[in-house]
Structures are given as C-alpha cells and as structure tokens.
Design a protein around this ligand. Structure first.
Ligand code: IMP
Ligand code: MG
Length: 184
C-alpha cells in the first residue's frame, strides 16, 4: 500500500475548501448533502472548516460492492430527510471516478428546484471520467489507481485510515480471497 496524500495535507486542503465555500455563500444557510458512506470523514472535517451557518443531510446510492468497477445506473438507497426547493445545496462526495454517481445525483436533486446546486469532492480521478459533471470544489486530482482510506473502502475495509493510499490489484485480490472462499 502506497500513501498518496498524508493526513496533514488533507486537513490543510479542507480548510481552504471550507473558506472558499463560505465566500461563495454570502447569504443563506447552505445545505451540505453527504453521499454515504465514503463522505463521512470529509464531511465532518469540512463542516468544521466552513465558518458560516450550514446544515447537513445525507443520501446513499448503490455502490460497487466488492467490485472496483463503476456502476453505470446508480439508484437511491436513502433519500434526503428535507426539502431542498429554493435552497443552496452542496453535494459532498469522497471521490469522482466515472462520474455516473454524481451525474445521477445531480439530475435527481436539480429536479427538486434548489436555488443553487454545487458539488464538492475531496478527490477527482479525472482520467476515468465518462460522464461530464461540473465540479465546483476539488480537493486533489488523483491518478487512476484504486484508493482507500479517509472514508474510502475496498470491500468495506480501510475506511479508517487517516490518509489516502493506493492499493495494487494483488492487494485487492488478497483481500477478496478469504471472503469469497466462504461464500455460498
Ligand atoms: P463513479 O460513479 O464511477 O464516479 O464512482 C463514484 C463512487 O465510487 C465514489 O463515490 C466511491 O464511493 C466509489 N469509488 C470510486 N473510485 C474509488 C476508489 O478508488 N476507491 C474507493 N472507492 C471508489
Ligand atoms: Mg462515494
């Protein structure tokens, strides 16, 4: 496993992003919409870096599961708990890969008539993009490798790491093997 972005660099960048978000929302109380579960650390740290009043809600969409391939037709597993018509909404993602998840979420939320809809992502795996989605706040542009840590998982593992690391296909295989051998 190779560490690509250290914990201190993540925090430094998030504090810049928080100030930028505050500058872009001089009026009103933006609603952050975290995309579960990968967003948990990012959204928690970002909230503490945004020096203006804001609120939080969450959505959950179908994920890759065990595979590391993109899901071309994501579905909503958990919807928002509040109305967003007329509100300033900021979608908070851990990483944008193919772009299918965010394109779907953006269309879904846009249809509910928010006053504004922006997107913040900690990581942008730009080389893999298949759907064009405008990103308003990007923490780091990252290479086309499978990343874990700081909320990102591989088959639910490694989320707790305080840094972002890349794992090799061999390491992915080693993670998968003991679990699949016991499956029916
Ligand atoms: P997309 O729909 O292909 O853009 O994928 C977005 C979602 O896939 C992200 O929200 C992550 O949950 C997951 N994902 C994409 N790349 C990675 C990765 O390198 N590590 C872990 N999860 C990833
Ligand atoms: Mg995600």
């Amino acid at each position: 496993m190779e560490v690509l972005i250290g914990a201190a660099d993540i925090q430094r960048r998030i504090s810049e992003m928080g100030k930028q978000i505050a500058r872009d929302h001089p009026e009103g109380t933006p609603l952050l919409v975290g995309v579960l579960s990968g967003c948990i650390f990012f959204v928690a740290d970002l909230m503490r870096a945004i020096p203006i009043p804001h609120e939080i809600d969450f959505v959950s969409v179908t994920s890759y599961g065990r595979s590391s391939e993109s899901n071309r037709s994501p579905r909503l597993l958990k919807d928002l708990e509040r109305e967003i018509a007329g509100r300033d909404v900021i979608l908070i993602e851990d990483i944008v890969d193919s772009g299918y998840t965010l394109a779907f979420l953006r269309d879904t939320l846009q249809a509910r008539g928010p006053r504004s809809l922006r997107i913040a992502t900690l990581l942008d795996k730009r080389d893999r993009r298949e759907r064009d989605v405008p990103l308003d706040y990007v923490g780091f542009v990252v290479p086309d490798r499978f990343l874990v840590g700081y909320g990102l998982d591989y088959a639910e593992r490694f989320r707790h790491l305080p840094y972002i690391a890349a794992i090799t296909p061999d390491e992915q295989e080693a993670e998968r093997a003991p679990q699949s051998s016991g499956a029916a």
